[in-house]
Design a protein around this ligand. Structure first.
Ligand SMILES: Cc1cc2nc3c(=O)[nH]c(=O)nc-3n(C[C@H](O)[C@H](O)[C@H](O)COP(=O)(O)OP(=O)(O)OC[C@H]3O[C@@H](n4cnc5c(N)ncnc54)[C@H](O)[C@@H]3O)c2cc1C
Length: 427
């Protein structure tokens, strides 16, 4: 998608602009996006300046020509899960509903940098899900076959192939011996904060207002109960439509409109080690415990595991889960014990009861919901923005998001994607 118009004071990047910047002693750089002040009214107000909210605003402007759009963020953009995740992108899903959606998202990752005119450091270095039993191999074979009949790349690796690819894992004394793995080569990582900045940049150039330090504190409803705007810490803002994309705060924001959702909020932690030489070729997930790891471009090992296991809105984690994650790492690759941990943090997951997201209208007219991403929403960022913008602009569900309906829990039409965004009820 070419950007048809460049908004004032927003940088456009090219070889020429990079050279100009370098030769001018880095004094001529302009803003990456406009930090706007709220106007009285917008056609669409998006609550939440994470990846999903910003992507939605971008696609509203770029694909539907709706530019009178504001993204309201209570902190700074990317201060939520968008800047806290472990940056893994993949489309190795199995259930109808998820499989097409996540592959749509993967295709958008593959052209994101061209679309946005911004380097988001998408790196398709592959993901291997290790298996440790015959039953697990069969489950992964089934998943791989489902992917392949849907045109998605998947390879079932035997033990020799895994050993060649990752000789540093424990193959000799493991409590749960590695038997092989399911590989998706097109999976990988992207730099999470650059994704936020990239969408903010491209949306801002199309005229979208990005308003930080603006917390939504209530909804304005007319006599028929239709949403007409929002109350915020920076005043009242009118809106034709309002979209929620607030991830871990979904239940809290929805409650302001009188809604109770099938979502629980849980803490998930991430960990980064000191930088070491290149070791991990892609993303590895341990099938016998909850541990996954990749290596950042700076050299740190980036890893994580289970949710902390109780409801919370505190963006920090607790020691027992840290210990559990580190034990998982030690079981898989004992030499990780010699690496020093540099940083650790937590984010709040909006966990649905079937592990799959919700993108739908709500029972409140004019209020739309994007949430329930569990701990798999980073990879969904571009796809989520695209299909949510489609819903907001056209009033109809995008083909690849038809099953993410809110009433599926009532109808028994859940999308039970076990192991892909763990359900809190199974912990
Ligand atoms: C430790 C960790 C590891 C993860 N690893 C992965 C991974 O490897 N791969 C993957 O696919 N996913 C991963 N995830 C999940 C992923 O990060 C989330 O599902 C996704 O980021 C959620 O969408 P978002 O980016 O829009 O959310 P957020 O960035 O959380 O955006 C929501 C925004 O809404 C704002 N907000 C909330 N309430 C209000 C209000 N009242 N008014 C205004 N603004 C408000 C918040 O401040 C926040 O900035 C991980 C998450 C965590 C925490």
């Amino acid at each position: 998608m070419a950007l048809p118009f460049a908004g004032a004071h927003v940088m456009a990047y090219s070889i020429a602009s990079l050279l100009r910047g370098a030769l001018s002693g880095n004094r001529d750089w302009q803003r990456t996006w406009r930090d706007a002040v709220p106007q009285d009214r917008y056609d669409v107000v998006i609550i939440g300046g994470g990846g999903h909210g910003l992507a939605t605003a971008y696609y509203l402007a770029a694909q539907h020509g709706i530019r009178k759009v504001a993204v309201l963020e209570k902190g700074w953009i990317g201060s939520g899960n968008a800047g806290r995740n472990t940056t893994i992108i993949r489309s190795n899903y199995m259930m109808p509903g998820n499989i097409g959606f996540y592959e749509l998202s993967m295709k958008l990752w593959e052209r994101m940098e061209q679309d946005l005119g911004y380097n988001t450091m998408v790196s398709q270095r592959g993901i291997v899900n290790l298996y440790h039993s015959d039953a697990q191999r069969d489950a992964y074979a089934r998943r791989g076959n489902a992917m392949r009949i849907n045109g998605i790349d998947a390879e079932l690796l035997d033990l020799d192939a895994v050993r060649r690819m990752m000789p540093f894992l424990d193959y000799d004394n493991a409590r749960f011996p590695i038997m092989g793995g399911l590989l998706q080569r097109r999976a990988g990582t992207a730099r999470h904060d650059a994704v936020v900045w990239g969408y903010a940049h491209a949306a801002s150039r199309l005229g979208v207002d990005i308003i930080q330090n603006c917390e939504v504190t209530g909804f304005l409803l007319d006599a028929r109960g239709t949403v007409t705007g929002v109350e915020t810490t920076r005043g009242t803002i009118g809106a034709g439509k309002v979209g929620m994309a607030v991830a871990g705060n979904t239940s809290r924001v929805a409650a302001m409109a009188g809604l109770r959702l099938p979502i629980e909020s849980h803490v998930l932690q991430a960990f980064v080690s000191e930088a070491i030489k290149p070791l991990i070729p892609g993303v590895i997930t341990f099938g016998a415990g909850h541990f996954y790891v990749s290596q950042s471009d700076k050299g740190g090992l980036v890893f994580g595991g289970d949710i902390d296991g109780y409801n919370s809105y505190a963006q920090r984690g607790n020691m027992p889960t840290m210990e559990d994650v580190c034990e998982g790492g030690m079981a898989l690759m004992p030499m990780i014990g010699r690496v020093r941990l540099l940083r650790q943090w937590g984010g709040i997951m909006d966990m649905t009861m079937d592990g799959s997201p919700i993108i739908d209208r709500t029972p409140v007219e004019g209020l739309y919901l994007n949430g329930g991403w569990c701990y798999g929403g980073f990879k969904a960022t571009p796809g989520s923005g695209l299909v949510f913008a489609h819903l907001l602009a056209t009033g109809t569900h995008h083909e690849e998001a038809k099953r993410f309906r809110l009433d599926r829990f009532m109808r028994g039409a859940t999308i039970d994607e076990k192991g892909q965004g763990a359900q809190p009820n199974l912990h």
